[in-house]
Design a protein around this ligand. Structure first.
Ligand SMILES: Cc1ncc(C[n+]2csc(CCOP(=O)(O)OP(=O)(O)O)c2C)c(N)n1
Ligand SMILES: [Mg+2]
Length: 349
């Protein structure tokens, strides 16, 4: 498969099971040269490029709003990892239930063409998708639930998968988790039942090689594959950022899950280009710089320049105008369900 993952930090650790790439910035640089040549063959649709750019610019807008003191709380951006939900978008069906995590803006934007509702939610302004109560990390919308509590989603996703299996319509529960979340016991309870009961559960592990400040080699014994196979669950590792190649690899496996319910865990070797949340990156600046030079964005600049220019011309100004407009909007209002205590809201669910 193209785009060898030497550019990614997690691929550098033998326990990530990705081969012999050296654990240095220069290893990532040589991987970049290879990937750049291979990206010429990538075939992305305009819609793919547009969603990639939308997620990228959305995340940058959120960080910018934070740095200007216009947001409260916290946020975690998926800068560098945007291609994962973009690759999955056509493989998921409207009846699937998505469970996202603390780094979930890209998952939401893959599911709903609604940057306005999400940005309003993060800013706590009118029009917020959860009336400003969920913020960046805790979003609930039809067929979609995110949580900032690591490992909280998987038992719930397994329960949803059980329910979807009873319905028999071929729908999946899809849970996105990070590599660091494999340190949570609830993950293994969920995998155990998912295997025993052959649940249609798709777990996507976005392995960026780090959990906040702790690199994977300090927190993960064995391999992700070894852990998953220990439960008798199918496992696939994705090293490439070639969206079409990811779809070709996963499409048949996901279709098989729909026809004949069973769990599947996909480990995507990826790279976080931004801080853990805002301004808190403890990694060696040289490594971060190397990762940024290997950003998928540069590959698409070379392989799809026109589509990228069109998307940038449309998305950038749209998000900037949206942020300005939201700053001027009233705070979002809500009421407690069932208490009758009105704080004013058009959505009381
Ligand atoms: C139960 C729990 N413990 C600790 C935290 C604080 N926390 C938030 S994100 C994070 C690291 C998560 O790492 P990983 O799962 O690899 O996801 P990534 O941030 O790399 O995308 C931690 C420790 C939390 N949110 N929930
Ligand atoms: Mg991680």
């Amino acid at each position: 498969m193209s785009d060898n993952a030497a550019w990614a930090p997690s691929a550098e650790h033998p326990r990530a099971g990705t081969g012999s790439a050296p654990g240095t910035a220069s290893g990532a640089a040589s991987g970049l040269a290879r990937a750049s040549a291979e990206a010429d063959a990538w075939k992305l649709t305009d819609a793919d490029v547009e969603l990639l750019v939308l997620i990228r610019r959305f995340e940058q807008t959120i960080l910018d709003l934070f740095s200007r003191g216009l947001l409260n709380g916290t946020t975690h951006t998926c800068l560098g990892e945007e291609y994962v939900p973009v690759a999955l978008r056509p493989l998921l069906a409207s009846g699937d239930f998505i469970f996202s995590n603390h780094r979930g803006h890209g998952h939401y934007l893959m599911r709903f063409a609604d940057p306005e509702g999400l940005m309003a939610e993060i800013m706590g302004r009118e029009g917020a998708v959860c009336n400003g109560v969920g913020g960046s990390q805790h979003i609930h919308r039809e067929g979609y639930l995110s949580t900032g509590v690591q490992g909280e989603s998987l038992p719930v996703a397994a329960g949803m998968a059980w329910s979807l299996k009873q319905e028999g319509a071929g729908s999946l529960a899809v849970a996105f988790i990070g590599d660091g979340t494999l340190g949570e016991g609830s993950v293994y309870e969920a995998l155990n039942l998912a295997s025993l009961w052959q649940l249609p559960l798709l777990v996507v592990v976005e392995n960026n090689g780090i959990a906040q400040t702790t690199p994977i080699q300090l927190n993960l014994a064995g391999t992700i594959e070894g852990r998953v196979r220990g439960f008798g669950i199918d496992f696939v590792q994705i090293q490439t950022r070639d969206i079409e190649a990811i779809r070709s690899r996963l499409g048949p496996l996901i279709e098989r899950q729909r026809r004949s319910p069973r769990p599947l865990v996909v480990e995507v070797i990826t790279a976080r280009l931004g801080p853990h949340s805002k301004g808190d990156d403890t990694r060696d600046p040289e490594l971060v710089e190397t990762l940024r030079r290997a950003d998928w964005y540069h590959l698409i600049e070379a392989s799809h320049p026109e589509a990228l220019a069109r998307a940038e011309a449309e998305v950038g100004p749209r998000l900037a105008a949206l942020a300005d407009e939201l700053i001027a909007r009233e705070p979002s209002r809500w009421s407690r369900c069932g208490t009758g205590v009105a704080h004013g809201s058009s959505h009381d669910e």
